[in-house]
Design a protein around this ligand. Structure first.
Ligand code: GDP
Length: 311
C-alpha cells in the first residue's frame, strides 16, 4: 500500500470521554465515503462489531478506511505507565487526537500522555466530544485545552491546534459547535489533511520497531509495530535486534495488517504500515526487526526487557 495513503494516529482521552464510542462511529462509517459504493455492504452491523470486539478486545489497534486512505488508530493507556509504552506509541504514530468531554473539560489523567505526545513533536488535533450534553461548554473547554498546552510548553505550531466538535453517539462532527454535523466526514478530512503521511523509505533495508506484544493461542507471540523503512514479507528471514546488541536470525511465519477490528493476513507489507508479525520467538517490545544483510537497530527509548519470555 502506498504510504501517502496511510495515516497513523493515536487517541488520547480521559476514561469515559468517549474514545470507544468515537472509534465505533468511525468503524461504522469506514468505507462509506468511497465513491459509487453501496453503503450497506460496507457498514458492519452492531452484532459483527460486538462479536469482533469480543475477540480482539486486547488488540489495541483499529484500521479505518476513509476514501482511499487507511487510518491506523492506536489506543493509548490513559494512565501513567512505567514500561515506556506511551513513548513507544507516540513514536509509532504521526499524529494524535486529543478527545475531551465538552462538559468536563481536560482531566489530569490525560496530561501524561499529552505531554509525551508534545515532547515527541506531534501536533494534536483537539476533538471536543459530547457537545450534545446538557450544559456542554465547548468553547470554554477549548480555552482550557489551550491553557493545558501552554502549561505543557507546547511549541507555537502545536498551540495552533485544529479543533473539531463531535457527538460520538450519533457519529457526527462539525467545525462549529452551534451547527450540527451529519456524519464524521469533517473529522476524517481533518485527520487526512493535518496528520502527515508516514516518513521512511520503502527501498531501504527493513526496519520495524516492535511497540506492542500480543498473544494468540494459535499463532503464539505477535509483534506489533510500524515499518519504519523497507518491506517485510511472510516466510522471509529477518534479523531480530535485541536490547544489548544481541542479534537473532529468525523467520517470519505470519504477517497481518489491521482492517476494522480484524487482523487480515497479507503476503507483504511496506513502509508506513502498522503490522502484526508472528513466528518470532522470544521477541519483545523495543526490539527491531531488521534486514538480514543490513541489520540496523532503531533508536527506541530504552526499556527494561522482561527477564523471561512468555510463550
Ligand atoms: P471511553 O471510556 O473514552 O472509551 O468512553 P466510552 O466511549 O465508553 O463512552 C462513555 C460514555 O459516554 C458512554 O455511555 C457513551 O455512550 C457516552 N458518550 C460517548 N460519546 C458521547 C457523546 O458524544 N454524547 C453523549 N451524550 N454521550 C456520549
Amino acid at each position: 500500500m502506498n504510504k501517502n495513503l496511510i495515516r497513523n494516529l493515536a487517541i488520547i482521552a480521559h476514561v469515559d470521554h468517549g474514545k470507544t464510542t468515537l472509534v465505533d462511529g468511525m468503524l461504522k462509517q469506514s468505507g462509506i465515503f468511497h465513491e459509487k459504493q453501496v453503503v450497506e455492504e460496507r457498514v458492519m452491523d452492531r452484532n459483527d462489531l460486538e462479536r469482533e470486539r469480543g475477540i480482539t478486545i486486547m488488540a489495541k489497534n483499529t484500521a479505518v478506511q476513509y476514501s482511499q486512505y487507511k487510518l491506523n488508530i492506536v489506543d493509548t493507556p490513559g494512565h501513567a505507565d512505567f514500561g515506556g509504552e506511551v513513548e513507544r506509541i507516540v513514536q509509532m504514530v504521526d499524529g494524535v487526537l486529543l478527545l475531551v468531554d465538552a462538559f468536563e473539560g481536560p482531566m489530569p489523567q490525560t496530561r501524561f500522555v499529552l505531554r509525551k505526545a508534545l515532547e515527541a513533536g506531534l501536533a494534536p488535533i483537539v476533538v471536543i466530544n459530547k457537545i450534545d450534553r446538557l450544559h456542554a461548554r465547548p468553547k470554554e473547554v477549548v480555552d482550557e485545552v489551550l491553557d493545558l498546552f501552554i502549561e505543557l510548553e507546547a511549541s507555537d505550531a502545536q498551540l495552533e491546534f485544529p479543533v473539531i466538535y463531535t457527538n460520538a453517539r450519533t457519529g457526527t462532527a462539525t467545525l462549529e459547535p452551534d451547527t450540527p454535523g451529519t456524519d464524521l466526514k469533517p473529522l476524517f478530512d481533518m485527520i487526512v489533511e493535518n496528520i502527515p503521511a508516514p516518513a521512511g523509505d520503502p527501498q531501504a533495508p527493513l526496519q520495524l520497531g516492535v511497540t506492542l506484544i500480543d498473544y494468540d493461542p494459535y499463532l503464539g507471540r505477535q509483534a506489533i509495530g510500524r515499518i519504519h523503512n523497507g518491506i517485510i514479507q511472510v516466510k522471509e528471514e529477518v534479523a531480530v535486534l535485541k536490547a544489548g546488541g544481541e542479534t537473532q536470525r529468525q523467520r517470519v511465519t505470519g504477517l497481518f495488517v489491521f482492517s476494522g477490528l480484524k487482523k487480515i493476513p497479507v503476503e507483504k507489507a511496506t513502509t508506513g504500515d502498522i503490522v502484526v508479525v508472528t513466528g518470532l520467538l522470544d521477541i519483545n517490545v523495543g526490539n527491531t526487526i531488521a534486514d538480514l544483510e543490513n541489520p540496523v537497530p532503531l533508536s527506541f527509548v530504552s526499556i527494561d526487557e522482561p527477564t523471561m519470555a512468555v510463550a
